[in-house]
Design a protein around this ligand. Structure first.
Ligand code: SPV
Ligand code: MG
Length: 557
């Protein structure tokens, strides 16, 4: 038996040698106790084998072929096998022993195979001493054996080609299968061992273990012994332990289990023309998503998208009529005004969707039945005629927990502004237009939502996202003192939303809620020390208050 190497060339330089799959397989093979590996034939079954607790996976040629719908007769090419194996290796951490058939050709094909297996972190390969194309050992017919010297050369070529020193080559002796007898089996095993094989797999198709036990006795643990008790399954495992077998391969039972289960499920559904009979007998979708690793995906999105966009809810405040638009809003609220073939609100919802925000609550009021877009949740502010945006926001809060993106329902903006809001740290972040005066050169807008900030806009402010905060103010803001106009866009974290919820409750209590706009709310919070962060923008948005704005918006689009 080859000694366990002290130094390994691992594909992953950051892992300790003993933690590589190849090293763990080698250790399992060399350990004095009997170990077990279980068949898998794709990523899913490989995961199941690992989650069950097996220390290794047998990538069975029979199962891989059958799962592909072809015969175990080298009908699938070796690259097709490797492709499946790559999935199996990627999704598991336990070592995989590939059933490499005869090595898919001569020594040259085999050494290329070994290199590819090392690249894919496959721990070991088993090759059998038959001729290409091989037939499954349990199939009646030609089980012609390979020439011993040729097979030894193949083993040597494989061992010389492995990039990972702990990679193992198991030589499978088919002499008993082919009916050549025990002496030939032992002669071959000895030759393969001498050629550098790390273990010997002795195979039998008998229902009794006698020839396997006889071989094991003669072999006397000269190298780790591997067996596949598919046909002599009734033998107590203890007998193999006593016979000093190193590794048992449960060779094809996941494939066979899947075959029976799929047949039975298909049959029932076919006959019953209904799913009720199988529901509860098949894995639930939760299980399917679980084993596919969806939980990790949610965590990864949180980590790598840098934000919690998927969890962020949208709140659009669209209760008002927009009475300055007169006849245009006779039958619908202004959020439903047509802007070149699409209602304003649909464009807004699309921008939210583009930013990853899909769960959107729209607070309607005036002519709410006309707000008939798909994929939004409607909440109605029944008191829309006598209340402002803070009251509308209060209506949405019953429905919304966690982080949220808030927008007035009458605005249009470039999507990057949402990215800026998501990228900025802070529990409450407001998009504020620093060049608001240029948007209203004639002072046309009656009451822009002006804000005073801790610093005026500077072009280099983007270098420090945390720099600017909303200043609390007392009373109306003099335009000369304003640093910008709030666009009607805000992002809040779960904590930010809770602070808003508390403030709204306080406003309801002290009677300020009905008449308050959101700037009042943010100002009250700032007075309490909960200061919104400011993201300055310079244009690229507009709100639609009157026919002039509408014409402008249509023009811009
Ligand atoms: C396999 O699983 O493909 C094997 C083992 O080679 S056996 O089918 O028992 O020959
Ligand atoms: Mg096989």
């Amino acid at each position: 038996m080859s000694p366990v190497p002290q130094k390994i060339v691992s594909l992953d330089r950051h892992r300790a040698p003993e933690s590589t799959k190849a090293a763990r397989f080698r250790a399992m093979l060399a350990a004095p106790q009997l170990d077990f590996i279980m068949e898998a034939h794709n990523g899913l079954s490989a995961k199941i084998v690992e989650e069950t607790g097996f220390k290794g996976i047998w990538a069975s040629g029979l199962s891989l072929a059958t799962a592909m719908g072809v015969r175990d007769r080298n009908e699938a090419s070796w690259t097709q096998v490797i492709e499946v194996l790559e999935f199996m290796s990627d999704v598991t951490t336990v070592p995989i022993l590939l059933d490499g058939d005869t090595g898919y050709g001569d020594f040259n094909n085999f050494r290329r195979l070994v290199k590819k297996l090392c690249q894919r972190d496959v721990a070991a390969v088993c090759i059998e001493d038959k001729v290409f194309p091989k037939t499954n050992s349990f199939v009646d017919g030609d089980q012609a054996l390979a020439d011993i010297d040729e097979f030894c050369g193949k083993i040597k070529a494989g061992k010389d080609s492995q990039n990972d020193e702990n990679f193992s080559v198991i030589a499978r002796v088919e002499a008993l299968i082919a009916g050549w007898g025990m002496d030939e089996a032992l002669r071959r095993a000895e030759a393969y061992h001498a050629a550098g094989a790390d273990g010997i797999l002795i195979h039998s198709k008998r229902s009794s273990p006698d020839e396997i036990l006889a071989f094991a006795k003669e072999w006397a643990n000269r190298a780790p012994l591997v067996i596949v008790p598919t046909t002599y399954y009734a033998t107590p495992t203890e007998r193999f332990r006593e016979a000093d077998v190193s590794l048992i391969i449960w060779a094809n039972h996941n494939l066979r289990a899947a075959l029976s289960a799929m047949r039975e499920t298909s049959r029932r559904i076919f006959e019953e023309e209904n799913l009720a009979g199988v529901e509860g007998k098949v894995a639930g979708l939760k299980d399917v998503f679980g084993i596919a690793g969806n939980t990790e995906m949610a965590e990864a999105e949180r980590k790598y998208l840098g934000t919690q966009r998927q969890e962020t809810k949208g709140i659009v405040l669209a209760a008002s009529r927009g009475s300055a638009l007169e006849a245009l809003t006779k039958d619908k609220p202004k959020c439903m005004l047509d802007l070149r073939g699409e209602p304003l609100l649909r464009r807004l919802v699309q921008s939210f969707n583009n930013a990853g925000v899909r769960d959107i609550s729209v607070v309607c009021g005036y002519k709410h039945a006309a707000v008939d877009l798909p994929n939004i949740r409607k909440t109605v502010n029944e008191a829309y005629a006598t209340t402002g945006e803070a009251a509308s926001l209060a209506c949405a809060l019953d429905d919304v927990q966690g982080p949220a993106l808030i927008a007035y329902g009458d605005i249009l903006f470039r999507d990057y502004i949402l990215d800026l809001l998501f990228d900025a740290p802070g529990d409450i972040v407001l998009a504020v237009d620093a060049k608001w005066r240029e948007n209203h050169p004639d002072g046309r807008k009656a009451a822009p939502d002006l804000v005073v900030c801790s610093q005026p806009y500077r072009e280099d402010l983007f270098l420090d996202d945390t720099a600017v905060e909303l200043e609390p103010v007392d009373g109306p803001i003099d335009p000369a003192q304003a640093h910008g106009e709030w666009t009607g866009l805000a992002r809040v974290t779960a904590e930010g939303l809770e602070a808003i919820r508390r403030e709204i409750a306080a406003m309801a209590e002290d009677g300020a809620l009905p008449n308050a706009g959101l700037p009042n709310l943010f100002n009250r919070l700032a007075h309490r020390g909960v200061r919104a962060k400011i993201v300055y923008i310079t244009g690229h948005w507009l709100d639609v208050n009157d026919a002039f704005d509408l014409a402008w918006a249509r023009n811009v689009l």
